[in-house]
Design a protein around this ligand. Structure first.
Ligand SMILES: [Zn+2]
Length: 101
């Protein structure tokens, strides 16, 4: 059995397959990676890797709930009802993208 460098990775697992007769055979299968998820709440993003990707703002990065909340916060800041410093750190960078400060 050869142990090529690409098969030594932790993201590759070995599967036993039966060969002809009593021959032992192996197959290497790459483990499935973590799917796309929202960077604020961690919800799994639907369609982030499909052919019909969400083209809205923060599509593929944030879930619809979180992006709506960010847009609302940006509106409050633009209207002068809130300051950027009042937004918590996890959301501040996204709000800054919209506000442009
Ligand atoms: Zn979210």
């Amino acid at each position: 059995m050869c142990m090529l460098p690409r098969f030594r990775s932790k993201s590759v697992r070995k599967i036993d397959r039966k060969g002809l007769g009593k021959k032992a055979k192996f197959r290497y299968v790459r483990k499935a990676g973590r799917g796309a998820c929202c960077s604020i709440c961690g919800a799994v993003l639907a369609g982030a890797k499909s052919s019909s990707r969400p083209s809205r703002i923060f599509g593929g990065a944030l879930c619809p709930k979180c992006s709506l909340y960010i847009i609302k916060l940006a509106g409050k800041i633009k209207g002068g009802n809130m300051k950027l410093e009042d937004v918590d750190l996890g959301r501040r960078e996204f709000v800054r993208c919209l506000v442009g400060q």
